[in-house]
Design a protein around this ligand. Structure first.
Ligand SMILES: [Zn+2]
Length: 300
């Protein structure tokens, strides 16, 4: 993996993790009729039906996973528990062992393949970022999913239907988005966030792919009222267009600089300075450098 790509990812991860350290206890908030969220690092979504509960993401390692299991215990009407992960990165997927053995683990096949290929590498990388992450990721045990799906899986939880979908590579190859139909709530992973610069940790991330996914979301006949991203503040359906506009702007500016013969690292520096002013209310412009590198690589 490109050392430089991961080095800029560490800055992005640490900036995000500084807010609350992990998944906080007793912090469940209601988002819509059937959807709840715990705002932390990362955000966790819980969809509650009359026949079962779906948890989206596990938190970092078993300790944070345990916080979620306790929260679900207070909320759930039945013991039927489903778990899915928005992507394979450790803060989203390494707490599985804290969940009861009967938990039905569901994942897109692409995400599972990516986890098997790169999961250990990312665990090692995160352990090196801080003493806290090292402690949280010390006896991580992964397990095979019970259900794999290719593009879409509908899950009826009783009174609420969720649609789990894989729409192509963006932040990772295996990003999953979860649509909670009646609630018009989208659990968007890293794909739609609220004024956070998209993170492209390595060459599996795709600027083109990410924009395509956002276009598919924008074309859906029913638009979300609520969006629960993996990181940062919740928002409404307008986040989709906001996210697309930022990525398209970064892509076209980088392509223009490339056409003028500007070297990729110079372009990354110039654009970081420009975008800090242009998008002054977006936190932390560090991840932009990797977007520029991806645009250059994708236009070869
Ligand atoms: Zn991630």
């Amino acid at each position: 993996m490109g050392g430089r790509l991961l080095a800029s990812m560490s800055l992005a991860v640490l900036a995000l993790a500084q807010q609350p350290p992990g998944v906080p206890e007793n912090a469940v908030q209601r988002v819509s009729d059937h959807v709840y969220a715990i705002i932390g690092f990362p955000n966790i979504a819980i969809v509650e039906g009359s026949r079962g509960t779906l948890v989206v993401d596990t938190g970092m390692g078993p300790k944070n996973g345990g916080v979620i299991v306790r929260a679900v215990g207070k909320l759930a009407k039945t013991p039927n528990l489903y778990l899915t992960t928005t992507h394979f990165h450790p803060e989203h997927a390494s707490g599985v062992q804290a969940f009861p053995e009967s938990t039905v683990l569901i994942r897109p096949a692409v995400q599972q393949e990516e986890m098997e290929r790169r999961g250990q590498e990312f665990l090692e990388f995160f352990r090196g970022l801080s003493a806290q992450f090292k402690e949280e990721l010390k006896d991580v045990q992964m397990r095979k999913p019970d259900i794999l799906f290719d593009r879409e899986l509908r899950l009826d939880l009783g009174g609420v239907t969720t649609r789990l979908s894989w729409m192509g590579a963006a932040h990772t190859k295996g990003d999953e988005l979860i649509w909670v139909e009646g609630d018009r709530t989208l659990i968007s992973g890293d794909i739609v966030q609220n004024k956070l610069v998209p993170n492209m940790p390595n060459e599996d991330a795709s600027v083109k792919g990410w924009i395509e996914v956002l276009d598919k979301l924008a074309q859906a006949p029913v638009q979300p009222r609520f969006i629960v991203p993996d990181h940062g503040a919740l928002g409404d359906g307008a986040l989709i267009a906001q996210q697309r506009a930022f990525l398209a702007d970064a892509q076209s500016r980088a392509l223009a600089l490339k056409r003028q013969g500007t070297g990729v690292e110079d372009a990354a520096k110039m654009m970081t300075a420009e975008f800090k002013t242009k998008y002054a209310d977006w936190q932390n412009m560090n991840p932009l450098a990797n977007i520029v590198r991806r645009v250059y690589a994708e236009s070869q």
